[in-house]
Design a protein. Structure first.
Length: 153
């Protein structure tokens, strides 16, 4: 079982799947058992817990936590990374003409390279594509990612 924070609450996971989460508020606490239906008041399957007396007996709680579907014990299959998209030849030529832009483009993660290539390839008109290539080379020469405007919002 591994511990993580999800939705601002401590959660415990098995094989990459949520098993149980905990949350505390001013007047109550909750235990979220992810495979159980919500019953009563509160966000957890056990309802709002205002004292230790609200918890079920230890044996019942352990049984409820162990009653997980078999699929939960199996780890998620790893997805293969997406292959790099071939960019338009004009974009490759423009990158080669500005070494700083080419270096920045090559240093980016595949997802950031893909964002530039998709943006340029999605242009319907040749004029739009040429304009986007010029803009991309300018941004790349400055070391900026495609959506740099939204990074510090």
């Amino acid at each position: 079982m591994e511990e993580t924070i999800k939705w601002g609450m401590p959660h415990f996971m098995v094989g990459g799947k949520n098993v149980v989460g905990l949350a505390a508020f001013k007047a109550h606490a909750v235990v979220v058992i992810h495979h159980e239906e919500r019953t009563g008041e509160g966000m957890g399957a056990l309802g709002k817990l205002t004292s230790l007396a609200d918890l079920p007996p230890d044996e019942e709680l352990i049984a409820r936590l162990q009653a997980r579907p078999e699929a939960l014990a199996q780890p998620k299959p790893r997805r293969l990374p997406k292959p790099d998209l071939p960019g338009p030849p004009a974009f490759a030529a423009a990158l080669d003409a500005v070494p700083a832009a080419r270096a920045a483009f090559n240093a980016f993660a595949p997802s950031h390279r893909r964002a530039y290539v998709e943006w340029i390839a999605d242009a319907k008109r040749a004029e739009t594509q040429a304009k986007r290539i010029a803009q991309a080379v300018e941004w790349l020469a400055e070391g900026r990612k495609r959506n740099w405007k939204y990074e510090n919002c």
